[in-house]
Design a binder for this molecule. Sequence first.
Ligand code: PMT
Length: 217
Amino acid sequence: FQPKLLAGRKVVMTAGPTFEAIDPVRGITNTSSGKMGYALAQACRRAGAEVVLVSGPTGLPAPLGVERVDVCSALQMRDAVVAALPGADVFIGVAAVADYRPLSAAEHKVKKSSAELTLTPNPDILAEVAARPDAPFCVGFAAESRELDAYAEGKRRAKRLPMLVGNLVQDGLGSDDNQVILYDDAGRHPQPRAPKTVVAQKIVEHLAGLLAMRATR
Ligand code: PMT
């Protein structure tokens, strides 16, 4: 009998893109499919965790046994994460959150003649969760198009994260497979290219190892 790796743990996570409305028909978004986050939610659930998946708009069905909270914008995503956090042992940010949103969404469809769009920064959900005095164990993701090591490790340190999953957009965005490097205080741990379900299982194993080490410290 092998105990499940995340038995008794509560995991809150984000996945998918956000959609920042410009007017009733237009918005700012990106091409995150949600596949990596959903695969990871399923892997955490299979490992015995209670999982709350705060998801931007995707066409994917909720993973079995996972509580999914549907949101659209980054502000809604932050509110849903904060509401789900009590009792959480782990927070994982897989979502590709829009860094900016229109300052105000127009009530009616914007006409061609008014092409100006004023943007304002969105909150960094992961950084906010990691900075809380009662922060759970936080895992970040970084999608880069070049210099993965430098940018990923930079983000991990800037947000003071014990673990971060780095991937190149050309490897992971939208596809069924991914190739990731796991970063933690001990260094970098490259993983082979594999289906996202397999990559997700590797991430869970690494995360569970770090959680166990933390418990014995
Ligand atoms: O959805 P798929 O098609 O399967 O693609 C998966 C993926 C490529 C989107 C995923 O593997 C991934 O890398 N997700 C992070 C995407 C990203 O752009 O991260 P970032 O470098 O902008 O942000 C770094 C971290 O901070 C991420 O954990 C992100 O969720 C978080 N963040 C960023 C901005 C913000 N306003 N709030 C956040 O929480």
